[in-house]
Design a protein around this ligand. Structure first.
Ligand code: MV4
Length: 599
């Protein structure tokens, strides 16, 4: 079968950066389509710019000046002669106004129609539409709830505690609060409304029954403009922290063949109910064997790759063909699920310090390869991970015959992955893949939130060193004893000026002990894990605090992020001010413990 539709585009602009921009360009090249990159000033030499056939500057580093700059992107598309724009994920991917701007400019938006984005963008509207279409939603309200008093009455009359209060404009965990009992309701309601108002200019909230231990299971759908709609089975994305997915897999370990068919049907019904075309994902919660619609993501997702591995379908290619006006060339019965795929997100983050972003320059970079291994990366040696953008720098995806084999393959591939110069989640993933919880197909929620486990397993040895010690270097040498080769590691102090002898026969370069960036300072100091704005400071210098006590709240990533004390003690320093911007790694407080304070 010919992979080219009758009227494939000749040139497409990719309005994104990093790994997803490169992912899209690869498919463009296979389809014989010229790719146009756009970039911000600090991204001038970024890998996605070099991967493209042509590239155009948008503006300054902040996304509002570049990757979110609708007028400029449309202008560049016209200037370059691109007939279509692929938005990737994030940035403008689910922005209905951008889709309409493309429509008005006569440029094809490679994604769903603006009305479908609008319908799914309002979570209350989406719940109402899904309910009417016979799609099971999490029990709760479909109409907005205006006041805490109304909420109290509705919960008492029908839902019962515990409840989740969610912002209608939110999604993906933004504007999401839980009230386990009535006395928590007011705080949860006001928190969700405030976040909705602040980040989405919409204080509307709705109420769902809070499910105690659900799995995150989502369905990939593909639909063409003629209404042919298929599903590509499900993904399980239950391993998350702060509502960011860390690991995804397909098929979902907790889904039986019967449930798979039922969930797939739900995905198709949901897509049809909003006149959907292109690729989309129905996110839901699986509690036992009950499946509930949560929301629809009207874009290609980060984790689409695991579905590509188990179905053999290039989802981005299908998006392009659908956008070019071609009907799907296969039906539901042609799509087969084969083997098992797992994806680990490779973020520049320190798992041990609550997944604090760890931007910096990549000094050494070697990707894994071999059978069943795929790396979708936006990084390379010399590349600087900027605090301005998402810390996800690459994805490692593996495929094998079943979940157990796939897990072994992931551990092997992770061990081949060498990234020097900054901290990544590689040690975290390696440790997690080797737990009984993961092997048993559990959600691993307790592990991801267990500070002691995270510290123990996911901290590179170098970081455990006392900061006052002189820097040490590790060097790998090969020695031959009676003709047999041995690898030895020599650890010693660095020479001033770094003039150490070169390692033997191309062995790995020296691994310098790295100092923590995000959580810098001594053990008493806590630093900001995020770049954002200091919204509230709830302690004062001289206060005694318990471990885990709230110190301040930072507005970042369209959420209020609570920063808590990493240890008990007295606040000796508090160099933060309400209303001021704060960068990742900036000090928040110095907490001296009782024993230390007495000295
Ligand atoms: C929920 C929930 C329990 N009950 N909604 C929403 C956004 C997504 N990131 C997770 N969300 C949840 N919504 C109700 N009514 C629990 C979660 C949740 C979760 C669900 C499955 C697997 C992991 C999770 C981690 C945190 C929160």
């Amino acid at each position: 079968m010919d992979i080219l539709p009758r009227r494939m585009f000749s040139k497409v602009l990719v309005a994104n950066r990093g790994e997803i921009a490169i992912r899209v360009m690869r498919t463009l090249e296979e389809l014989g389509v010229v790719s146009v990159a756009v970039y911000s000033e600090p991204d001038r030499d970024a890998p996605h710019v070099q991967r493209a056939d042509e590239a155009y500057l948008l503006g300054g580093g902040p996304a509002a000046e570049s990757y979110l700059n609708v007028d400029k992107i449309i202008e560049v598309a016209k200037q370059a002669g691109a007939e279509a724009i692929h938005p990737g994920y994030g940035f403008l991917a689910e922005n209905a106004a951008f889709v309409r701007a493309c429509d008005d400019a006569g440029i094809v938006f490679i994604g769903p129609p603006a009305d479908a984005i609008d319908a799914m963008g309002s979570k209350t509207k989406a719940r109402e539409l899904m309910k009417a279409a016979g799609v099971p939603i999490v029990p709760g309200t479909t109409d907005p709830v205006d006041t805490v008093e109304d909420a109290r009455k509705i919960i008492d009359d029908s839902i019962g505690y515990p409840v989740a209060i969610k912002a209608a404009g939110g999604g993906g965990g933004k504007g999401f609060r839980v009230a386990l009992e009535e006395k928590e309701l007011e705080g949860a309601f006001e928190g969700a409304a405030r976040e909705g108002e602040k980040f989405f200019s919409d204080a509307t909230v709705y109420i769902e029954r809070y499910l105690p231990d659900p799995r995150h299971v989502e369905v990939q759908v593909l639909a063409d403009r003629s209404g042919n709609t298929v599903h590509l089975f499900e993904r399980d994305c239950s391993v998350q922290r702060r509502h960011q997915k860390l690991i995804e897999e397909s098929p979902a370990p907790a889904v039986s063949p019967e449930l798979r068919e039922q969930i797939g049907r739900i995905g198709i019904d949901a897509a049809k109910a909003v006149g959907y075309y292109s690729a989309g994902t129905i996110e839901g919660l699986l509690q036992g064997d009950e499946y509930f619609f949560l929301e629809m993501n009207t874009r290609v997702q980060v984790e689409h790759c695991v579905t590509e591995m188990v179905t053999g379908i290039d989802i981005v290619r299908e998006q392009l063909k659908i956008a070019a006006g071609e009907d799907l060339q296969f039906g539901q019965d042609d799509i087969q699920l084969r083997g098992h795929a797992i994806e680990c997100r490779i973020n520049a983050e320190t798992a041990a310090t609550n997944f604090a972003p760890a931007p910096g320059q990549i000094t050494h970079y070697v990707e894994p390869s071999g059978p069943g291994v795929r790396v979708d990366s936006g990084a390379r040696e010399g590349y600087e991970v900027l605090p301005l953008y998402d810390p996800m720098i690459a994805k490692l995806i593996v495929w094998d015959s079943d979940r157990e084999a796939s897990t072994r393959r992931m551990i092997r591939a992770l061990s081949e992955y060498e990234i020097g110069g900054l901290t990544t989640l590689i040690p975290f993933h390696t440790a997690l893949m080797d737990t009984d919880q993961w092997r048993a197909g559990e959600t691993c929620r307790d592990l991801v939130e267990d500070k002691d486990w995270l510290k123990a397993v996911a901290t590179p040895l170098a970081e455990l060193a006392d900061d006052d010690e002189p820097d040490k270097v590790e060097r790998d040498y090969a020695v031959e004893v009676s003709g047999r080769r041995f690898d030895v590691k020599v650890i010693g102090e660095a020479f001033a000026g770094g003039g150490a002898p070169a390692p033997a026969n191309g062995a790995a370069p020296p691994k310098r002990k790295e100092r923590k960036k995000a959580a810098g300072g001594g053990a008493d100091q806590i630093s900001s894990p995020l770049q954002g704005n200091m919204w509230k400071v709830v302690v004062a210098k001289g206060d005694d605090v318990e471990e885990g006590q709230l110190l301040c709240i930072i507005e970042a990533m369209k959420m209020e992020n609570e920063i808590t004390a990493h240890k008990a003690g007295t606040i000796a320093e508090l160099p933060i001010t309400e209303g001021e911007p704060i960068k990742a790694g900036d000090p928040i407080a110095t907490i001296t413990s009782a024993a230390a304070a007495e000295v």
